[in-house]
Design a protein around this ligand. Structure first.
Ligand code: ZN
Length: 261
């Protein structure tokens, strides 16, 4: 059983009646619905209102993949949540950051850059190109697919060079964008996936659903037993006894307990 948590700030769908018509139960529940076909997944949703009580250290410890959708309330996410999520990613939890999550605190923290981009909300066609048809995240996709209406995101996307660019997008207005990026931070895989503006029914698109399903399987940790050691910020073995017999040379300004028996 793989435990998934879907985080959605869940504000547009409550405040805006047009968005509510598209996602009456919120974007998080739309994503949960299509992921629920996979009976190996145990899926929970958490919103900004739930906050830390539903996304604390203990809950994250059991989580294999966290999916993140946020837009207008990034600043309201507590730094505690960001610290805990970052730590879990370093330990091996997979993280999928969707659309306007590019400006979330956790994505900026993990990237180390401002993650700025250019944008235009004009309901443009988006053509999404598969960069590596052999990659597991692209399984079952045609060489490209299209969304009839999306918000445009354009370059320069101010993120570090990814480990791999999985998708690029072309927009009706002419811009292009690196729309599917893979990063590794510590033991964790991070996948940024661009589409998903709240004003369009993007998460009902079968190709989008397939990418997110494939990505969940790709970023989930492959080896649970690795985690425990990495939980500690100071690993037990950071001052190991030497394997070979060695003679101490030079002066020592280190901690006095750092003695070789
Ligand atoms: Zn948007």
């Amino acid at each position: 059983m793989t435990k998934i948590i879907i985080w959605n700030e869940y504000i547009h769908e409550i405040e805006n009646s047009d968005v509510k018509k598209i996602y009456p139960n919120g974007i998080h529940n739309c994503i949960k619905d299509f992921l629920s076909n996979d009976t190996n997944l145990k899926i929970e949703t958490v919103t900004l209102e739930d906050g830390e009580s539903r996304l604390n250290k203990e809950i994250l410890k059991e989580c294999s993949v966290l999916i993140w959708w946020g837009h207008k309330a990034h600043e309201k996410v507590s730094n505690n949540i960001v610290d805990n999520v970052q730590r879990r990613v370093l330990e091996g939890m997979g993280l999928i950051v969707l659309h306007s999550g590019h400006h979330s605190k956790i994505f900026q923290r993990l990237m180390g850059t401002n993650c700025n981009l250019t944008w235009r909300e004009f309901g443009e066609k988006e053509r999404i190109w598969v960069c590596n048809p052999g990659h597991p995240i692209c399984e079952g996709l045609d060489p490209y697919f299209e969304l009839e209406m999306e918000e445009m995101y354009g370059e320069p996307f101010q993120v570090p060079s990814p480990d791999e660019t999985i998708f690029t997008s072309w927009f009706e207005g002419g811009e292009t964008f690196r729309s599917g990026l893979l990063y590794k931070r510590g033991n964790g895989q991070i996948f940024y996936f661009r589409p998903g503006h709240e004003a369009y029914p993007t998460y009902y698109n079968k190709n989008i659903q397939r990418v997110i399903k494939n990505a969940v399987n790709f970023v989930k940790p492959k080896n649970d037993s690795l985690w425990e050691d990495i939980h500690s910020p100071t690993p037990k073995s950071n001052r190991p006894q030497p394997i070979e017999k060695i003679i101490k040379k030079g002066i020592s300004v280190e901690h006095p307990t750092n003695k070789i028996k």
